[in-house]
Design a protein around this ligand. Structure first.
Ligand SMILES: [Zn+2]
Length: 282
């Protein structure tokens, strides 16, 4: 029997899963960092060689076996843990918005799991980041949350448990090549903050500001970027702001799964305000 054994981070796993799916070969995944849930999901994000997002591809099946070896993951750079936390947090902020009106029981359960996962990451995230060790229960909880539970949410929620603005903005930001080479979750984290600002501004969500303050506290503790400038990109040069707004609002963008209308002007205004003035934490 021919199968592919994939070891690596999100991009390696996604590329290997896509190749295996194209050839109808089963895969075993061995994530070497907690940075994404790519080891579990039946989805591949496809990028150019320079890391520019092209498209999401739904695969026929998820990997046959996922080997999560805590001892391997313990050796990964701390930055990958912080990135994984931001990416896993997005599950709640995005799916609770896009799928809140879906009556399918499994989708509702997936959304509630993403809420419990968010709470666990808010509680254990800082401790896990400070002491990366298989002896630290918080670290084990967070690693399993990022690499396993986040994948489970996509598994039972399926296509209806969708991504929304945070990943749409991520996909757009990757179109601008940054010398900082930010990780997937680092960009998604900035995307969550911008999504919450859109919710506050366009959808009049009064709780969004509180969520932003809560997230910024955690993101600072995890040394995560909180603005596009901190990702190494100046949106006010090279027409970058316009490029990000155009890609975010293109026809097949996930941003259109939001339960309210968004256009390029909204994106430009929100990013401009966000990049010019940082929210006060207290
Ligand atoms: Zn992601």
């Amino acid at each position: 029997m021919i199968l592919l054994l994939l070891q690596g981070g999100g991009k390696v796993l996604d590329a290997g899963k896509f190749l295996a799916d194209s050839l109808s070969i089963p895969v075993i995944t061995v994530p070497l960092s907690p940075s994404t849930c790519a080891g579990w999901t039946a989805l591949s994000n496809i990028y150019t060689i320079n890391g520019q997002f092209i498209e999401d591809v739904q695969l026929k099946a998820c990997p046959k076996i996922l080997v999560l070896d805590h001892a391997f993951i313990e050796t990964a750079p701390k930055r990958t843990l912080a990135s994984g936390i931001a990416d896993a947090l997005a599950k709640w902020y995005e799916s609770s918005l896009t799928s809140s009106r879906v009556e399918d029981g499994l989708v509702q359960q997936a959304i509630q799991i993403s809420r419990v996962l968010r709470d666990q990451l808010l509680i254990d995230g800082e401790n896990a980041y400070k002491r990366q060790s298989t002896q630290n229960l918080s670290w084990c909880n967070v690693v399993e949350g990022c690499a396993l539970t986040a994948g489970l949410i996509g598994g039972i929620g399926g296509e209806k448990c969708r991504t929304a603005a945070a990943h749409a903005i991520h996909n757009a930001i990757t179109q601008i090549v940054s010398t900082h080479k930010p990780l997937h979750g680092e960009i998604v984290g900035v995307g969550i903050i911008l999504q919450l600002k859109l919710e506050e501004k366009i959808n009049n969500n009064k709780l969004a500001y509180q969520s932003i303050k809560q997230l910024l506290v955690l993101m600072k503790k995890l040394n995560l970027p909180t603005t596009i400038a901190e990702l190494g990109i100046n949106v006010f040069e090279n027409n970058n702001l316009q490029k990000i707004a155009e890609f975010t609002c293109r026809d097949k963008s996930e941003i259109h799964y939001l339960p309210f209308e968004i256009n390029q002007k909204d994106i430009i205004e929100t990013i401009t305000n966000s990049e010019k003035q940082k929210i006060k934490l207290f």
